[in-house]
Ligand binder design. Structure first.
Ligand code: CA
Length: 232
């Protein structure tokens, strides 16, 4: 099914050009030319993403966003005028996912759309995972209960931070499969993570110090030049 994009933009030329380019990329596009219509359409919940201009007749884009966020977490990319720094800041404060400055290159818009959609996919995925009934992942004596957010070795509870838990869970979900650092970085920290690239190694070290070192069993194995694997 095609991804549906709502484009709220009063400048007809920009709207038409953007619609054409997005349609060419396989997106299904519907347009609104003022804030009130835009808000109404956005609230329908029919769209996967909204491109929202700020200077709009009726309601401003920021006001549309403010009202929309009361009921919906739909991804929103703001379309802002050049140098409107305050608008960008306010938009992000109010829960916009990203913004792009007009006039924009269509390639840049497409890239931002892909990033925002991927993010919202991931959070939906995480919600789905979080809501699935108690699932217990095990490796030998080690068990992880996804619903209770609990980790045990035998009968002993292991206290983990959220990130450690997520890393351990990802490894357990892929038991006996070697996971590269990149894949782990992507799954646990997010593909757009910027920071130390050795963060995976650091967290594996934390996990080992709380599990392997304490219970004297090697659970997380290093596969040199590749990554990590959890196995019995
Ligand atoms: Ca405008």
């Amino acid at each position: 099914m095609a991804v549906k994009i709502l484009l709220v933009e009063d400048e007809e030329k920009i709207a038409r050009f953007t619609e054409l380019e997005l349609a060419h990329e396989g997106y299904e596009v519907e347009k609104a030319a003022d804030g009130r219509n835009g808000l109404e359409m956005a609230e329908s919940g029919e769209y996967d993403l909204c491109l929202l201009d700020i200077m709009l007749p009726g309601l401003s884009g920021l006001e549309v966003l403010r009202r929309l966020r009361k009921t919906s977490q739909m991804p929103v990319i703001m379309l802002t005028a050049r140098d409107a720094v305050m608008d960008k800041v306010s938009g992000l404060d109010m829960g916009a996912d990203d913004y792009i400055t007009k006039p924009f290159a269509i390639e840049e818009l497409l890239a931002r759309i892909r990033v925002v959609l991927k993010k919202s996919d991931r959070s939906r995925q995480q919600e789905a995972n979080a809501s699935d009934a108690s699932r217990v992942l095990t490796c030998g004596q080690l068990s992880l209960d996804t619903a209770r957010h609990a980790v045990l070795y035998g009968e002993t509870t292991i206290e983990l931070t959220n990130r450690e838990f997520l890393l351990l869970r990802t490894l357990l979900e892929n038991k006996s499969i070697v996971m590269s650092r990149d894949t782990l970085l992507d799954r646990v920290w997010g593909f757009d993570y910027v920071g130390e690239t050795n963060v995976v190694d650091v967290y594996v070290y934390y996990l080992r110090s709380k599990i392997d070192d304490v219970f004297g069993e090697k659970i997380i194995h290093t596969v040199r030049g590749v990554g990590y694997v959890i196995k019995e």
